[in-house]
Design a protein. Structure first.
Length: 425
C-alpha cells in the first residue's frame, strides 16, 4: 500500500510545463472549433458582400459558336430587279454582291459588355452586406473574449486546488506536531493512550487529504491541458488582474449595432426596389460569313431603362419582411444594451463581494492559526485536551481552504468584470 502511495505521489510530483496566460490564450484560440466557426462566418459574410456588390459592377461576356444550315440562302438584287419584268436591264457587274441571308455554315464570336449606371436596390443590398461583415467580426471578438474568460476562470480553479493542496500539506505537518505533543503528554502522564491513537489517526487522515488534494491539482492541470489541446497536464500563471479596467465598446454591442444597421440597409434596399434601373451596353461580333450588311464584323451600343411596375406582390412581401427584421434588430440592440449594463453592474458587485470575502477569510485564517498554535502548546502542557487540539487543527485547515477558495473567486470575479466591460487580455 505504501509503495502504491509513493508511486502515486511521485507521478503527481513530476515536472509539469508552465506557460503564461498570453500563451494559453494563443493556444486555445488557434484550435478552438467555436472560434474557427465564427471566423468561417466572417469569410461567408465577405463572400455574400462580393455577391451583393456584383450587380453594380460592369459585366463582360464572350460567346463563340458554329452553325451549319441545310442550305445557303442569298439575295441578289440584280436578279430580283431583272425578274420583275421591267423594260430595263441592269448590268449585274454594277450591282453589289449577293447578300447572304442564311450561310451554309459559319463560325462566329461575339463580346458583350454591360455597365450599370443606376441600380438603387443593389446599393442597399451592398450596404447591408457590408454591415453583416462588421457583425461577423464582432462575433469573433465576442467568442474570443468568452474563451479567454473561460481560460482565466479555469486557471483560478486550478490555483484554488493548489492552495487546498498546500493547506493539506500544512495540516499534515501540524497533525504530526500534535501527535508528537500528545506523545510527550502521555509520557508525562497528562494524556491517555487513546489520545495518542487518535492523534495518529489524524496524521493518517491528513495524509489522505494531501493525496486527494494533489490528485485534484493534477486533474485540474490535465483539464487545462485538454482545454489548450496539449498532451498532458499544464500549469498556467495568471498575471495580476487587480488594476482598474477601462471599459471599451463590448463586442456583443458592436454585433447588435451592426446587425441593426444591416437590417436598416436591407429595409432601404427593399424600398429602392420600386426605383428604375439604368444601364449601358455594347456588343461586338465577327463571323466567317458576312452579315446582312456585307461585312464580317459588326458592333452596336445602347442604353436600357427597366422599371418593374407590378411583380405580383414580391416587392411588398420583401418590404414587410424587411420592416419586421428591422424592428426585431432594433429591439435586440436595446436588449443587448440593457443586459450589458446589468452585467457590468453585477460583475462589479461580485468583485467587491469577492474581495471582501477574501479579506474576511484571511482574518479568519490568522485567528484560526493563532488558536491552533495556542492549542498545540496547551496539549504539550496538558492544559488543553486532545479533542480541543484536533478541533483547532480542523478549523485552521478549513480556514486555509477558505482563503484558497476566496482568492480563486476574486480572480473569477475579475475575469467576469473584464468580460462584462469587453476588455480582452
Amino acid at each position: 500500500m505504501w509503495l502504491s502511495l509513493w508511486l502515486f505521489s511521485a507521478a503527481l510530483g513530476a515536472e509539469v510545463p508552465t506557460i503564461d496566460l498570453a500563451e494559453a490564450v494563443r493556444r486555445v484560440e488557434s484550435d478552438n472549433p467555436d472560434l474557427s466557426a465564427m471566423r468561417a462566418k466572417v469569410e461567408e459574410a465577405r463572400a455574400m458582400a462580393t455577391i451583393a456588390h456584383a450587380p453594380m459592377l460592369p459585366a463582360l461576356s464572350v460567346t463563340g459558336s458554329y452553325a451549319r444550315n441545310d442550305k445557303e440562302v442569298s439575295l441578289a438584287f440584280g436578279d430580283l430587279i431583272n425578274g420583275l419584268g421591267l423594260p430595263i436591264q441592269i448590268d449585274p457587274s454594277k450591282l453589289p454582291d449577293p447578300t447572304v441571308i442564311q450561310p451554309l455554315d459559319a463560325f462566329s464570336v461575339s463580346a458583350s459588355a454591360r455597365v450599370p449606371i443606376l441600380t438603387p436596390s443593389s446599393i442597399g443590398d451592398s450596404m447591408a452586406a457590408t454591415s453583416q461583415i462588421s457583425a461577423a467580426r464582432a462575433t469573433v471578438d465576442s467568442t474570443r473574449l468568452a474563451l479567454e474568460t473561460a481560460v482565466v476562470q479555469a486557471c483560478a480553479m486550478s490555483q484554488a486546488a493548489e492552495g487546498v493542496a498546500e493547506a493539506a500539506r500544512r495540516a499534515e505537518s501540524v497533525a504530526a506536531a500534535h501527535r508528537d505533543a500528545t506523545q510527550r503528554a502521555v509520557d508525562a502522564g497528562t494524556a491517555t493512550h487513546l489520545a495518542l491513537v487518535q492523534a495518529e489517526a489524524d496524521v493518517v487522515r491528513r495524509q489522505s487529504d494531501v493525496v486527494q488534494a494533489e490528485a485534484n491539482v493534477d486533474s485540474g492541470r490535465r483539464a487545462l491541458g485538454v482545454l489548450l489541446g496539449m498532451d498532458g497536464p499544464v500549469r498556467i500563471t495568471v498575471p495580476d488582474l487587480s488594476g482598474d479596467v477601462s471599459a471599451r465598446k463590448h463586442p456583443d454591442l458592436i454585433t447588435a449595432e451592426a446587425r441593426a444597421d444591416a437590417a436598416e440597409k436591407a429595409l432601404l434596399a427593399a424600398r429602392l426596389r420600386y426605383s428604375p434601373n439604368l444601364s449601358a451596353w455594347g456588343t461586338a461580333a465577327a463571323s466567317t460569313s458576312p452579315y446582312v450588311t456585307g461585312n464580317k464584323t459588326l458592333w452596336k451600343v445602347g442604353v436600357d431603362l427597366s422599371w418593374t411596375l407590378v411583380d405580383g406582390g414580391a416587392r411588398e412581401g420583401r418590404m414587410a419582411a424587411a420592416v419586421a427584421q428591422a424592428e426585431a434588430a432594433r429591439d435586440a440592440l436595446r436588449s443587448t444594451q440593457l443586459k450589458l449594463v446589468q452585467a457590468e453592474a453585477d460583475a462589479e458587485s461580485a468583485l467587491a463581494v469577492a474581495r471582501e470575502r477574501l479579506t474576511l477569510a484571511n482574518t479568519q485564517r490568522d485567528l484560526a492559526r493563532e488558536a491552533e498554535t495556542t492549542a498545540l502548546r496547551g496539549v504539550s502542557a496538558g492544559t488543553v485536551t486532545a479533542l480541543e487540539g484536533r478541533d483547532a487543527e480542523d478549523r485552521a485547515f478549513s480556514a486555509d481552504v477558505g482563503v484558497a477558495a476566496a482568492a480563486a473567486q476574486v480572480v473569477v470575479a475579475q475575469a467576469g468584470l473584464r468580460r462584462a466591460k469587453g476588455v480582452a487580455w
